[in-house]
Unconditional design. Structure first.
Lengths: 635, 1156
């Protein structure tokens, strides 16, 4: 009895005594934001965090521009695989914007979040104790650049955006957090300013390329700055009268309605600097270096490899900046047609062979004389839909003895290097003797044609450009892609932009314009602009007018940058989209098995582009939450 | 039944026995009267009393005061207001009682410490019979025996011949005899604690009469928070369910809850063994936070989860209480806002061992399977759908294939698969067995029970595998409750409980296999191909599939492996009760320690399927070859499912001091102070913050005062804290108070007392909290949390990859528990001693609901949502129960009961975007599970109408697609056009009604249960591969290989049937964004009424069972979910949104219950 009383008493005293601390269960060192800047190793993780908001351009679900324009097409049932097709098909809505950087919806990053993270980094990085100042400066510069780049991605998609110079504290009253959109000129100005702030801290070369490729360098910063200035000078943002009435809630004009030619001057100057810096850093146009496997190839095939490698050869000398965390194996799988012989079992990666290139883009490629199809007096324009049979002369392009459209004959090397077509050769994929190369058979029922639901190219072309020449199916069930990080900025891009800017800033073309275009054309294996137009074209005067040269530059850019996602933005920037994107998407009739049936041009989709499509809609919810925002016109 | 008055007190001899124990023992006493003969104990206590003209009640009070014996009488039979005069000095108790009661023609018996008083029946038969008018009267001798529960003889039962003064009472063997009695006369049997019974005398000369226990007397004591209260003293709102009402032919207790008690909203959405827990809420859901909304479940004082409740066996339950209002729950402070379910298990009773055994075997089958269209229809409709959308494409299925399939030609070339038939059996057989033994001596009492249940699924098992992939859930329970009297003043109670589930089943849940069936093509391939000579070497199952696109072969899914899981709950509890009467009278102390451990692990053994495609080489001969296009793995691999792994331990301590005393004779006073501590750890943590212990501590108290059994007041409080909140908010005070008035005990009520024996009003108001806010995986809102962000890598070959950091929660030190202000008003009405009506009306205002801030602009770039306690909601409703008991002279008895619960909720403060124009988008004022969607007007008549109508979704609409109403008139159908549609998803009304009827050895009972005021989406919610889709998309034919529901095949818009109100719009072979939007087109009413239970029982006559050496043997047949009335025919409507899952089962059951 006594024992029990004692026991109860003890227990209750013990229980009551422990009260104060009992509910305090959280230990002191629980991870909080401060820990991210206590040590260099943790701060470095945060540096990676800032980089991690770079959109995965190589991912088919995350790149708006793959299908948003008229370059690639697939059966409508593939929309889950290629969500940007919805944009091309006019299904963008303000209720739930597709692939929106503003809200981070549809597999694209939330860039406001990315900017927030950059600001957190910038606020705290100088407090890290175990870091040298130069390293803090370098990291700060990298993050400033990223912050500027994220602003650029937003302004490119949305036009005027609020500039986020610093993070608002969490406790900011909601009213103050309701920011206004800033005019595009101010946004571009801020972006350029930020990159210029960053330039000093950035290295010319990476100390350890093996480990650091993908980090921002000085050539990247000046290169991107120049490209961004070109956007700012382009008709969409420079004196765009269509948006003259677009004002903010407090009456501020968001677009500058008067054209300012000095913007082109500024862009051209920046591009010149960028090109010089790139050259200084060792960048040059890519040329394929023969390997033991390929040492016996013909010059034709060698040229093909020059062209194909410029994009797919990882970290080649032409690349200034590539996305070191966005790799291409999956997209290659989608582009790679099923090339296995009929008796073999095939099992391509899910979606394999689905991703087609359109006839619209295929027809942009020049003739072998480096001219648009209709302009080349030496090319069989009127017979282009006839069926021709290839001879040994075309053996490196088309399988001899096989029949295909005349359209596929006499084209420039980039056509053959960048496109897979029926009876066209596909060099590589494990076979390095270019006399024994595979060729595609793409008619219905053939091994690279429609044998399976959805696993074929609907328009009858494949964007071979995206596939590394060594990428192949190694066994019935495995697919082996030579992966490459997705290039974001290459030297050829700067050349083309420089030519464009020079043409715009002067009243007519200058030799400089043709010099830079010819550098590109030389690598592409076609004659220079002046030579080609003077000697082969039906319209040699075109190269004398500013407008004519502008068209030439634009087509050159379309071809050179095809399938990289540039065209989607370029046609908007040039304001040529209403013309270019209001055409039906065309292709061969891939459902047909006969030659005659297959080579009939078919309209696949009636593409529409209207004024509102220049910019993304801001989601209705964002407008309701922040009443100070205005919707983009047309939405 | 008439109200009974209990006076409670304590004997000198057993001065240390505390009140709770006494109450328990009174109950035990009542029950044991049936089983034990009264022993002539000599009592040593004496009474000294000298009074004149006082009421009998006052004398009883005095006896109670002096002897500490409780006095129980039935005021229908005993008029306690009679005046007596007596003078004694130290008169022995029995002599005193004889003296007092014999004057009043009353008698008594003493059991343990309780005196039962009842009218005295004449010892001898006085024959005052007269001859009947018609002269056909027969007189004869009559003998009989009266038996109570478990066929134990009852001694001292009063038996009167109706309309006369003739009567007798039973002897120690329960026997009685009338030397002369006329046929047709009516015997009236009455016995305290049992229902009165009237028996018509027929031709027989030997009667065996069984008396039913009075449920009222059993419910006399109600378990309330940390204690018990007399039902007549209750101020708060607590409902008790009779454990026997929870006995259904399932091994899941929760499935029997719906409609059983006023105040519970319950429904069962799945019939899959192991996954069939019902959802239940007390008085609905009044919080829209993502936190806990279901009640706190306490089993023997220990907080446990739904599954632990589900595994309880009704045979082991002593009491099942539902605490609903603030007074009943505020002692649980920050954890009681959603109501409390409190279950206590049985304890041993003094006496010889009573062994009870129950065994049941049942056949269970789906109540309803969703009918699917046959393969030929499937193909025809596919082609129709394709033609209507893309008229120039080749038909997907050739006419030749359709014709050949219809003719049933070569099934390899023309597969026509009824997946459901391939996968599922018609029915399955389940068992349940339960054995319990209870008894004890003076020092210790025990209750030991063991049970075993086996539930099987309806999945087929292929002969090619030697493992079982069907669901086989075995659950075992072992329970031992032992009470030991350590000293006269100290009782020690030890409860041990183990609960073990052994499961064997498919890798995926049965529900997902059912879901797969809807997604498998019936015509593209066979489930399994027979071996061809080419594949003679093959040891594996040759599953069918198609190489060219995604496909689902549910058969492969189901049979390619199996899974085991073991789940155990171990609970050990020790309680010490100490009477502190030596300090002051009525004071007691008790303390309880408890620990429980739950563990679960899942082991998966799976092979990976090989898939084959058949390619025809010669259409005429049917020659074909098989092509293996997916290489699998023949041998089984091993895996563990760490998502389901659980290991958790809980420690709990509860100490209580309580005080209970009556002063004078009218002032009842009681007080209670409880201290609790609880700490839990869970291994299933995937973050540091989650791994930290869960803790609660607090002090709670109760004070009650009653005056003259007429006026009652009660005050409760909980002061407790939770580890989840910032120091400054860690503790909260939750007070509540209530008043009750028993009008029927007022003097002026006397004249009405015959008709209205009970009329009582109660009202309470108070505050209760809920600390389990946010998701289960989110605590410590006052701390920020930083987790891993996306990773990013640099480098060419050697990669420098780092995982980023990301704030996953911004700190908000102000976040605290939800607070609920509850009001309850109740009326109790007892009519004609037969009908008891109890009606509660409640209102609740819940504040501090945790919400995500929705109006923070995206441009802030926050990586996590901000949260704050800003939401408010209200709830209101009523719950009503009606009970009816009656016995007829013929021996027929009837018990009927009905209850009705209505609970509705409304958003009051909800942070949502402020729509300037689209006011209809606001949730304010709508119920919490209100659905929003588009208004579907009808189907488009023609393509021209599509062009001329507001822009719909998808941009590919044609005639026969759904036309939505452009509510805001902006020419575009967008989210702004969504309006509240239909009724909430959670039913607002749950009701149940049933009756039991018995006659001689036969008894029959049935129970109906219904649900109303709810809506659900056609297609419901289906989770596949971690993503949940809701709505019609789950039944959308063809897209993602889905089958066609028969109902859709029969009634959809087509060229042949251009019905703009067809059940299904125009078919599409692909996902059709426009038609699949959530709209009124797809909302269905969830109302139903079903026969939930039906039972027919037969008890062996006593003379037969005695020969078999049994006390009682009852055989019964029961069924559940036998019949449903509802407008919805596609699937069992109770499953509502889970209609495509594992169906609710209809069970036919045979059982036997033997007591030795």
């Amino acid at each position: 009895m006594k024992l029990i009383r004692l026991f109860i008493l003890t227990v209750s005293i013990a229980a009551l005594a422990s009260c104060s601390k009992y509910l305090d269960v959280v230990p002191d060192n629980v991870r909080s934001l401060e820990y991210s800047f206590h040590l260099r190793s943790e701060a470095k993780k945060y540096l990676h965090t800032c980089y991690s908001y770079l959109p995965s351009f190589a991912a088919r679900q995350s790149n708006q521009s793959f299908f948003g324009a008229d370059e690639m097409w697939a059966p409508e049932t593939s929309i889950p695989s290629y969500p940007s097709m919805s944009i091309a098909m006019g299904r963008q809505t303000a209720a739930s914007p597709l692939m929106s950087y503003w809200t981070g919806s549809g597999s694209v990053p939330d860039l406001w979040e990315g900017i927030n993270q950059c600001n957190v980094f910038l606020e705290n990085v100088y407090s890290v104790p175990d870091m040298d100042v130069w390293e803090k400066d370098q990291w700060t510069a990298e993050v400033k650049f990223l912050k500027a780049y994220y602003h650029f991605l937003l302004v490119r998609a949305y036009g005027p955006i609020p500039i986020i110079r610093e993070n608002l504290p969490i406790s900011t009253p909601i009213e103050e957090a309701r920011v206004f959109r800033d005019p595009v000129d101010e946004v571009f100005e801020y972006i350029v300013e930020l990159i210029e702030e960053a330039e000093d801290g950035l290295p010319m070369y990476l100390l350890n390329e093996e480990l650091e490729y993908g980090r921002i360098t000085y050539p990247i910063a000046v290169g991107m700055k120049a490209k961004i200035l070109t956007y700012a000078a382009s008709p969409l943002f420079n004196g765009n009268s269509e948006y003259a009435d677009f004002t903010d809630k407090n009456g501020r004009h968001l677009f500058n309605a008067s054209y300012d030619p000095t913007k082109w001057q500024r862009a051209a100057d920046a591009l010149k600097v960028a090109i010089d810096v790139a050259h200084e850093a060792g960048h040059k146009l890519y040329e394929f270096q023969l390997t033991p496997q390929t040492q016996n190839v013909s010059t034709i095939t060698k040229k093909q490899l020059d062209i194909r490698g410029a994009f797919t050869e990882r970290w080649n000398e032409e690349i200034l900046w590539a996305h070191s965390s966005s790799f291409s194996p999956e997209i290659q799988g989608h582009v790679m047609p099923i090339l296995m012989a009929r008796t073999e079992t095939y099992n391509v990666p899910s979606g394999g062979g689905t991703l087609g290139a359109t006839m619209n883009i295929a027809n942009q490629f020049y003739t072998e004389n480096g001219l648009p199809l209709a302009d080349d007096s030496g090319w069989h324009y009127n017979e282009r839909f006839d069926l021709w049979t290839a001879t040994a002369d075309e053996r490196y392009y088309i399988q001899p003895g096989e029949t295909t459209a005349a359209l596929h004959f006499g084209r420039e090397p980039r056509f053959y290097a960048n496109l897979g077509f029926d009876r066209g050769k596909w060099y590589g994929r494990g076979i390095y003797d270019d006399n024994a190369s595979f060729h595609l058979q793409m008619r219905s029922g053939e091994y690279a044609g429609q044998r399976q639901l959805n696993r074929y190219s609907l328009p009858g072309y494949y964007p071979k450009k995206l596939v590394h020449y060594e990428t192949r199916h190694t066994a019935p069930t495995t697919f082996s892609a030579i992966s490459y990080p997705w290039p974001i900025l290459r030297l050829n891009d700067l050349y083309l932009l420089y030519a464009e800017a020079l043409n715009e800033m002067h009243d007519g073309p200058t030799p400089e314009v043709f010099r830079y275009l010819d550098l590109i054309r030389e690598r592409a294996g076609i004659p220079g602009v002046e030579y080609a137009w003077l000697y082969f074209s039906r319209n040699p005067n075109k190269i004398n007018s500013k407008d004519g040269v502008r068209q030439i530059i634009q087509q050159e850019r379309t071809i050179e940058m095809a399938f990289e996602g540039e065209r989607f933005w370029d046609v908007r920037r040039w304001k040529t989209a209403p013309l270019e994107l209001n055409k039906p998407i065309q292709g061969w009739d891939a459902h047909q098995s006969s030659v005659e049936g297959f080579y009939r041009v078919r309209d696949l989709f009636d593409m529409q582009f209207s004024f509102r499509d220049y910019f993304w809609p801001i989601s209705e919810n964002d407008l309701v939450v922040n009443k100070n925002l205005v919707q983009n016109p047309g939405w | 039944m008439a109200k009974q008055t209990i006076l409670l007190s304590y004997t000198n001899v057993y001065e240390d026995i505390n009140r709770i124990l006494l109450i328990m023992k009174i109950i035990i006493g009542l029950l044991l009267i049936a089983t034990m003969s009264l022993s002539a104990t000599t009592f040593s206590q004496t009474i000294t009393l000298n009074v004149k003209d006082v009421t009998l009640k006052q004398v009883f009070d005095e006896i109670h005061q002096q002897s500490k014996f409780g006095v129980i009488y039935n005021d229908k039979h005993v008029d306690a207001s009679k005046k007596v005069t007596i003078a004694t000095n130290k008169m022995p108790l029995k002599t005193f009682l004889n003296k007092v009661l014999s004057q009043q023609n009353m008698t008594y018996r003493i059991k343990e410490k309780t005196i039962f008083v009842q009218p005295k029946a004449p010892e001898k038969i006085i024959s005052t019979l007269h001859v009947n008018d018609n002269g056909r009267m027969q007189q004869k001798g009559l003998k009989g025996k009266v038996l109570g529960k478990e066929s134990t003889p009852l001694q001292g039962v009063s038996i009167m011949i109706k309309g006369s003064q003739v009567g007798t009472q039973t002897n120690a063997n329960g026997e009685f005899a009338f030397p002369l009695v006329e046929t047709g006369s009516v015997l009236v049997l009455s016995y305290t604690g049992y229902l009165s019974k009237e028996v018509v005398v027929g031709s027989e000369t030997m009667l065996e009469i069984i008396l039913e226990e009075d449920p009222e007397s059993l419910e006399e004591v109600v378990v309330v928070a940390f204690g018990t209260q007399k039902k007549t003293d209750m101020v708060g709102s607590v409902t008790s369910i009779k454990p026997s009402n929870l006995r259904a032919p399932t091994s899941n207790l929760t499935t029997a809850l719906a409609g059983q008690a006023a105040g519970i909203i319950a429904y069962q959405r799945s019939g899959e063994p192991g996954e069939d827990n019902a959802d239940f809420f007390i008085r609905g859901v009044t919080s829209f936070g993502t936190g806990k909304v279901d009640p706190l479940i306490l089993i023997d004082g220990m907080e446990l989860g739904t599954t632990e409740l589900a595994r309880l066996r009704p045979d082991d339950i002593e009491s099942f209480s539902i605490m609903k209002d603030a007074t009943a729950t505020s002692l649980y402070g920050a954890r009681g806002a959603n109501g409390v379910i409190f279950v206590t298990t049985k304890q041993g009773r003094e006496g010889a061992a009573i062994i009870s055994f129950r065994s049941e075997v049942s056949r269970s089958a789906a109540t309803r399977n969703v009918p699917l269209a046959d393969p030929v229809t499937y193909m025809k409709l596919y082609n129709d759908a394709q033609y209507s959308r893309s008229p120039f494409e080749q038909p997907h299925y050739t006419q030749e294939k359709i014709d050949a399939t219809a003719e049933g030609l070569n099934p390899i070339l023309y597969p026509a698969v009824d997946w459901r038939k391939e996968l599922f059996k018609e029915s399955t057989i389940n068992h349940r067995h339960n054995l319990n033994v209870s008894g004890g001596g003076k020092v210790a009492r025990y209750y030991v029970a063991g049970s075993y249940a086996q539930d099987n699924g309806v999945l087929k098992v292929p002969t090619i595998n030697n493992y079982n992939n069907n669901i086989d859930l075995k659950s075992y329970t072992l329970r031992a409750n032992v009470n030991i009297d350590l000293t006269k003043n100290t009782e020690l109670i030890v409860r041990l409980n183990g609960n073990f589930d052994d499961y064997n089943g498919p890798i995926q849940s049965g529900t997902s296999i059912y879901n797969q069936v809807i997604r498998a093509s019936p015509v593209d391939f066979l489930p399994v191909y027979p071996k061809t000579p080419e594949f003679d070497y093959v040891q594996h199952v040759m599953y069918g599939g198609r190489a060219d696109q995604d496909f689902i072969n549910p058969y492969a899914y189901m049979t390619a492996g199996y899974k085991d899981y073991n789940r155990s709950l171990m609970m050990a509890q020790m309680e010490v009760k100490q009477n502190l009467a030596f300090l002051t009278e009525g004071l007691r102390f008790r303390t309880m320690f408890n620990t429980n451990r739950i563990s679960r692990f899942d082991i998966l053994r799976s092979s990976s399927p090989f898939y084959y495609e058949a390619t025809v080489t010669d259409r005429r001969t049917g020659e074909y070859f098989l092509n293996r296009f997916v290489e699998g793995r023949e041998y089984l691999g091993f895996g563990v499912d760490s998502d389901l792994r659980q290991q958790s331990s809980v420690f709990y301590l509860e100490s209580a001091m309580d005080y209970n005393r009556t002063f004078g004779e009218k002032h009842g006073l009681s007080g209670l102070l409880v201290y609790i501590m609880r700490s839990g750890l869970d291994s299933k943590s995937n973050s540091l913050q989650l791994s930290l212990p869960f803790r609660n501590m607090g002090l709670s108290g109760r004070a009650t005062y009653s005056y003259d059994s007429r006026y009652y007041a009660e005050f409760n409080f909980g002061y407790n804290g939770s580890e989840r909140f910032h120091e400054s908010h860690r503790f909260g005070f939750f007070p509540s108070a209530g008043l009750a008035w028993t009008i029927s005990n007022e003097k002026f009520w006397k004249p009405l007392k015959d008709k209205v024996h009970n009329f009582r009003l109660r009202g309470t108001y108070g505050v209760v909290g809920n600390d389990q806010i946010g998701s289960a995986t989110d605590r410590f809102f006052y701390l920020s949390e930083v987790g891993d962000g996306s990773s990013f890598g640099f480098g060419k070959v050697v990669r420098d990859v780092e995982t980023g950091a990301r704030v996953t929660r911004y700190a908000n030190p102000d976040i605290s528990w939800e607070t609920s202000y509850k009001t309850n008003l109740a009326v109790e009405l007892g009519l004609f001693n037969k009908i008891e009506i109890l009606a509660d009306f409640f209102q609740e205002h819940r504040t501090n609901i945790l919400m995500s801030r929705s109006n923070i602009p995206s441009t802030m770039g926050l990586t996590a949502v901000q949260r704050a306690n800003i939401g408010e909601a209200t709830g209101k409703g009523m719950d009503i129960s009606v009970d009816y008991n009656h016995s007829w002279a013929s021996g027929l008895w009837l018990q009927a009961r009905a209850n009705f619960t209505y609970a509705t909720s409304a958003y009051k403060v909800f942070e949502e975007p402020q729509y300037e124009k689209e006011w209809w988008k606001s949730r304010i004022g709508y119920p919490i599970s209100q659905q929003f969607g588009y208004i579907a007007e009808r189907l488009f008549v023609d393509d021209e109408e599509v062009q001329n109508s507001p822009t719909q979704f998808g941009g590919n609409n044609i005639a026969g697609d759904i036309k939505y109403k452009d509510v805001n008139g902006d020419g575009v159908i967008s989210q702004l056009d969504q309006v509240p549609i239909g009724l909430p998803l959670t039913p607002e009304i749950i009701y149940g009604a049933g009756f039991s009827i018995g006659w001689k050895q036969l008894d029959f009972s049935t129970f109906f249960q219904g649900s109303a005021n709810s809506s659900f989406w056609m297609g419901g919610s289906v989770t596949q591969g971690g993503t949940t889709t809701t709505g019609p998309v789950n039944i959308q034919p063809f897209a993602e290989g889905k089958q066609v529901l028969q109902a859709i095949a029969e009634n959809h818009y087509s060229m042949d049937n251009p019905d703009i109100y067809a059940m299904y719009p125009r078919l599409s072979t692909n996902h059709h964004a426009n038609n699949m939007a959530l709209s009124t087109w797809w909302l269905r009413n969830g109302n139903f009424l079903r026969v939930k239970q039906m039972e027919l029982g037969y008890s062996l006559p006593r003379h037969v069972s005695e020969k078999l050496h049994m006390k009682n043997l009852r055989l019964y047949m029961s069924g559940s979910n036998l019949f449903t009335i509802s407008n919805f025919k596609l699937w069992d409507i109770e499953m509502a949104g889970n209609g495509l899952g594992y169906p609710v089962q209809r069970v036919f059951n045979l059982g036997v219950n033997v007591t030795f």
